[in-house]
Design a protein around this ligand. Sequence first.
Ligand SMILES: [Zn+2]
Length: 176
Amino acid sequence: MTSAVCPVCGGGLAIPGTGRRPVYCGKPCRQAAHRARQAAARMADHAGWLRQELAGVGARGQQTGLERDFHQVVNAMLAALARIHDYPRPTGDRVPSGWEPEVIRAADSVRRMAGRAFDLAGAHARAAGDFTAANAVFRRAPAPDPDDDETAPGFVAARGAGDRATEHAGRGESGN
Ligand SMILES: [Zn+2]
C-alpha cells in the first residue's frame, strides 16, 4: 500500500474497497495535474528546440546549430584580425589601412551570432524555470499505480479493475 494522498493538494484519498485506486482527490486536482503536465511538456519541447538551435546534434552525431556556425564566424574573425599583421604599423608619416572592412564584416557576424546565443540561452533558462514551475503543482510524486488519470472520470468509474491490458489503448493528450 502506498500513501493514499492526492499528489496535488496533499489531501486524503478515499480508497474504494474494489476497483481502481484513485490518483487524485477529485476533478479539480486531476485537471490541474493535466494542465501542469501539458505545460511542462510544452516547456520541455521548447527547451529542446532552443538547445538544438544552440548546440544541436544531427542525425549522424554531427554538430549543428550555433555551435557549428560559430566556428566559421569566429575563424573568419580570427583570420581578419591576423590580416592586420600584414600591414605595417602606423608611423609618423603613414597609417596603412584597408584591413578594416574585413574586420568589421567579421565582427558584425560575430556580434549577431553572439546576440542570438544570448537570446537562446536566456530563453532556455526561462523555459527551464517554467518547466519547474509547472511541475510545482505536484506536491509529491503521484503514487506509482494508475497512470491514465487523463481519462474521463466516468470511464474510470465505469471500469473495473483487472483490465489493464486495454488501459493504454486510448491514452493521449486529448484535452481535458
Ligand atoms: Zn487533490
